[in-house]
Design a protein around this ligand. Structure first.
Ligand code: HAM
Length: 420
């Protein structure tokens, strides 16, 4: 039987991969403009990094990780997200030593054993930015601004930024108690999952999408009246900062995010054009992640955007991806005697930095001209016995149909000087 790709993973084929390259280019430029440096992180880490960093009671650690024992008997996990790995790398290389901050970004595949559906895959791609080593609310604002600016440059519309505060280990336990009290009174209305969340992580009930739980969660007390002074001030300053920059947002008391490391700010950017998996980006502050993986106190904030979803939304909204890759020049040989010269001319054009295409299968001249038309080439060079004798190529402008004989050695410069 022919082997197919595993469920939930997909191949990004040429008709889509160039769109990804466009998104990556825009992302790399935006990151650089905001002072973030790119790093490449490993795709697998010690399992402990995620169980301690992301949190034992999260869906990710409980049921979504690709974990295996390697040949050295170590428990290894394919990264389900990048924040824990980025923090590990920053600590390991002393990038935040002596209280200095680091602004880092990375991109690449993440792995989660989730139920596949539109916009949700088991291997998916994130663009991830982390501002490590800064406690103040201006860093949160910079991170949210960076994500909004990325989407603005990509031309995405119909987006909504949603923010919340999830408090800190000082104030969250008090809120947790208030929540538990509320949920205790509505046990019959909660789903199985939420009943088990009551013991382990009642805040996650706020996030449940089921209508019964949703109604109970809507009626639950909001965290705002429980925040400690420090968290409240921080939250107010983040909101004021967003207003100063003119970034519209909606406050959502039910936004708690699915990862345990968050403190204070949590945010998501939602698309109105994605269906159930509508978050194109999620992030927030994680002041205690470093300590949970054995490092010093390292207050930090970051976000990750889902590339698969961004490309999906851009396609649905008809956003521009720039121009698809295409040959600028097609070199056609009139007959077999000109094939060698055609290959040499194609080589010379490419060496001059032009995208050039040729036929290497010995197809008829008619078939080559058809291919030239289909390739989107702006120029075609025709070589036959007559041209070879004169040492020229017939250079045709495919746009206006004009044609000129150009000495072979001058063809690359002739076309390079006229190309749009
Ligand atoms: P997250 O919300 O789990 O956060 O993921 C961020 C984004 O990745 C989501 O908004 C979504 O666009 C995309 N995503 C997540 N799961 C899938 C999937 N199965 N298929 C397709 N796309 C998906 C994090 O991962 C945090 N590390 C973000 C962060 C960075 N927080 C602080 N710094």
């Amino acid at each position: 039987m022919e082997i197919k790709a595993p469920r939930g993973v997909r191949d990004i084929l040429p008709d889509e991969s160039w769109k990804w390259a466009y998104v990556m280019n825009v992302a790399a430029k935006t990151m650089a403009d905001y002072g973030f440096s790119e790093v490449h992180l490993p795709l697998f880490e010690h399992t402990e990094l995620f169980s301690r960093g992301v949190g034992e009671t999260t869906d990710i650690v409980e049921k979504e990780m690709y974990t295996f024992t390697d040949r050295g008997d170590r428990s290894i996990t394919l990264r389900p997200e990048a924040t824990a790995g980025m923090t590990r790398a920053a600590l390991e290389h002393g990038m935040c030593a002596q209280g200095s901050a680091a602004k880092l970004w990375c991109w690449g595949p993440m792995f989660r054993y989730e139920r596949p559906q539109k916009g949700r895959y088991r291997q998916f791609y994130q663009i991830d930015a982390e501002f490590l080593g800064t406690a103040g609310p201006m860093a949160d604002v910079e991170i949210i601004d960076l994500s909004a600016e990325l989407f603005r440059r990509l031309g995405l519309r119909n987006l909504e930024a949603v923010i919340n505060s999830v408090g800190c280990p000082k104030c969250r336990p008090v809120y947790r108690e208030a929540l538990l009290k509320h949920f205790e009174g509505h046990k019959e209305e909660l789903c199985e999952d939420c009943l088990s969340r009551m013991e382990r992580n009642p805040l996650r009930i706020l996030d449940c999408k089921k209508p019964g739980c949703g109604a109970v969660a809507d009626a639950a007390p909001a965290i705002y009246e429980f925040l400690c002074d420090e968290c409240r001030e921080h939250y107010e300053e983040v909101k004021a900062g967003l207003e100063r920059l003119g970034i519209p947002y909606r406050q959502d008391k039910r936004l708690v995010r699915g990862l345990d490391y968050y403190t204070k700010t949590a945010f998501e950017i939602l698309s109105g054009d994605l269906g159930a998996q509508n978050a194109v980006c999620g992030g927030g502050r994680y002041d205690n992640l470093s300590e949970s993986i054995g490092g010093p106190h390292l207050p930090s904030v970051g976000f990750a955007c889902g590339m698969d979803r961004v490309v999906l939304v851009m396609e649905e909204q008809g956003c521009s991806f720039g121009r698809a890759p295409h040959a600028a020049v097609y070199v056609a040989a009139l007959d077999a005697s000109a094939r060698g010269a055609a290959q040499k001319l194609t080589h010379d054009l490419r060496q001059a930095g032009l995208a050039a295409e040729q036929d290497v299968a010995g197809r008829s001249f008619k078939a080559q001209m058809k291919a030239a038309g289909a390739s989107g080439a702006e120029w075609t060079c025709i070589l036959g016995p007559e041209e070879l004798e004169k040492g020229v190529a017939a250079v045709k402008n495919m746009g206006d149909g004009t044609q000129e004989n150009v000495p072979l050695a001058e063809v690359p410069a002739y076309i390079a000087g006229r190309i749009k």
